[in-house]
Design a protein around this ligand. Structure first.
Ligand code: GSH
Length: 121
């Protein structure tokens, strides 16, 4: 079973974050069963460290930046963050399910994410 770490809102059970929705859509599209763990913003780093999910990137000062979405896949004992990395992992690990990133489009996806979402921390 996959545990999906999403950001908690003031309304319990309400998914609202654009980045975590990318992974929720990915899991739903691939029809992979998962359970959601809701995490408050100030707890993201602590929860990721506890589960062994590495930081998704670095802050401008060089320190680790832990972000959601993140997943822990108990079937492979794997914890990862970053929606694009997660999508690639899901395609690789569950190839019999619908494909998220068609072969040969990796660079296109990376360029889109960089253009649409990149902002210096
Ligand atoms: N490129 C990442 C971006 C993830 C991201 O920036 N997540 C934000 C929420 S929108 C976060 O977890 N921030 C944690 C914080 O600011 O402490 C992805 O697509 O997963």
């Amino acid at each position: 079973m996959i545990t999906f770490y999403d950001i908690a809102s003031t309304v319990p059970g309400m998914a609202f974050n654009h980045n975590t929705w990318k992974t929720r859509y990915s899991l739903n599209y691939k029809q992979i069963p998962y359970k959601t763990e809701w995490v408050e913003y100030p707890d993201i780093e602590r929860v990721c460290k506890k589960i062994g999910i590495p930081p998704s990137t670095k802050k401008a000062d060089g320190s680790d930046y832990y972000t959601l979405p993140a997943i822990y896949d108990a079937s492979t004992n794997t914890g990862i963050s970053d929606s694009l990395v997660i999508a690639a992992y899901l395609d690789k690990t569950y190839p019999d399910k619908p494909t998220l990133l068609p072969a040969g489009t990796e660079a296109l996806h990376a360029a889109f994410v960089d253009a649409a979402f990149h902002h210096p921390l």
